[in-house]
Design a protein around this ligand. Structure first.
Ligand code: AMP
Ligand code: MG
Length: 426
């Protein structure tokens, strides 16, 4: 039995960063930029008004006050998107809207609130009283204050978030080169499984792993390819695996426990290679990994990484988080592969009976300056609702028989509270 670290290292050594491709910016969320992005424009392109008001020369307001306004002649109005043909000279002003380019000659913008505009009759709009002293530069956003033309704005390797999508749009980029998303094929195995749109005959259960695992693939940026259910027979398993040979990674669930061991082991040995089988963890001990022989788009031989997750619904999700997620991230070109962890005070004891690393479902909440973790209840690896209650996994190291209440343990955060409003935290 190997450690979780060894298992992860083996898997990562089999997966490679994928190719880059151009993608419309809105579809790149969570992907890694494969090119440096420089700007061909200044942003903003021109000096413009930060407020609705009047573009003036500050010198005209040297003695202005609310009691003794400086009166200026209004020679034009300029709205956002337009450019005034007129020039502001001493004694004149141009009415200006937020975002409109500052007219020639003006050095500041006085906002409406600092003028007597509200008190004026409509007919008297060709003159404006300025009620305070202004200084050059007031309420003007300078050309290039956000981005200077020619500068490097986003570096290759940046993970694209909504802010980067916005920045790319501000540069006028409709698509960018990113590392493509991996296609992850998912095959459930088990004679007891029924598809979720079918009636449930006696003795059967719904296939939930395909859906929890596909949702994880999608959450972490991959493209799930659902291969359905294979029976526990050699033919059915081989047929199922063959449907996934164009994927970047194959994930099967189930068929790794002792009962199914022989058929699956034979099939995997015939169709590819087995790298490891069983990991010193709980849940998830029957996790297995290897490769399956396939072909690439040009027909050349290729080994597809094949992750065999345990069938138990909790085990398949937990092992996915620990080893499949980092593999997907690596393929996507991400550098930071680990899920965030926090140190939390454990509120109930967690027992570790057989020297494996235990991952216990927990509800983590912050109170004051500390995190606290309590268990979700029964920890059986078939209790999928415990995953729905949890936002973290408390780690009990393999050499610890127990973590006592009040002790500190590492907790892998699966979700933060924003994403877990269904948790009764606190
Ligand atoms: P196995 O690893 O095939 O021995 O499965 C272990 C347990 O997980 C059994 O109770 C299976 O019924 C259950 N199981 C296996 N695959 C699935 C699945 N796709 N959805 C829900 N439960 C499953
Ligand atoms: Mg099975």
């Amino acid at each position: 039995m190997i450690s979780v670290e060894e298992a992860l290292e083996k898997i990562l050594s089999y997966v490679n960063i994928l190719e880059e491709e151009p993608v419309p910016i809105l579809d790149t969320l969570g992907q890694v930029l494969a090119e440096d992005i420089s700007s061909s424009i200044d942003i903003p392109p021109l000096d413009n008004a930060a407020m609705d008001g009047y573009a003036i020369q500050a010198g005209d307001t040297a003695r202005a006050s609310s009691k003794s306004p400086a009166y200026l002649r209004v020679i034009d109005t300029v709205i956002a998107g337009a450019i005034s043909e007129r020039e502001v000279k001493p004694g004149t002003a141009i009415r200006i809207m937020t975002g409109a380019p500052v007219p020639k000659g003006a050095d500041s913008v006085v906002r409406f609130e600092d003028t007597d505009e509200a008190r004026r009759e409509k007919s008297a709009n060709n003159e404006i009283g300025i009620l305070c002293k202004t200084k050059a530069g007031l309420n003007i956003r300078r050309a290039g204050e956000d981005v200077i033309r020619g500068s490097l704005v986003l570096k290759k390797g940046t993970v694209i978030r909504p802010a980067e999508v916005g920045v790319l749009a501000s540069l006028g980029k409709s698509q960018v080169r990113v590392i493509r998303r991996p296609v992850v094929a998912i095959l459930a195995t088990g004679n007891e499984l029924v598809e979720i749109n079918q009636p449930l005959p006696p003795g059967k259960i719904y296939n939930s792993n395909t859906y929890s695992v596909s949702a994880l693939v999608r959450r972490y940026g991959g493209i799930p390819k659902l291969l359905g259910i294979a029976l526990d027979s050699e033919d059915s398993l081989v047929a199922g695996l063959r449907r996934g040979l164009d994927a970047d990674m194959l994930i099967t669930s189930g068929g790794v426990s002792a009962g199914d061991y022989d058929i699956v082991k034979d099939v995997l040995a015939k169709e590819g290679e087995i790298s490891f089988w069983t990991v010193r963890m709980k849940p998830g001990k029957p996790l297995a990994f290897g490769t399956i022989k396939g072909t690439d788009q040009k027909g050349a031989g290729r080994n597809i990484p094949h992750l065999r997750l345990p069938g138990n619904p909790v085990s398949s999700m937990v092992t996915f988080e620990l080893v499949a997620r980092p593999a997907i991230f690596k393929m996507m070109g991400k550098k930071s592969l680990a899920k965030p962890t926090v140190e939390a005070v454990i509120e109930e004891p967690v027992i570790n009976t057989d020297g494996r690393r235990v991952y216990t479902r927990a509800i983590v909440a912050r109170r004051g300056d500390k995190y606290y973790a309590r268990l979700t209840g029964p920890q059986g690896s078939g209790i999928l609702t415990s995953m729905s209650l949890a936002n973290g996994l408390v780690i009990v190291p393999e050499d610890r028989a127990e973590v006592k209440a009040g002790e500190i343990a590492q907790v892998i955060m699966l979700d933060w509270n924003e994403e877990s409003s269904n948790l009764a935290t606190g």
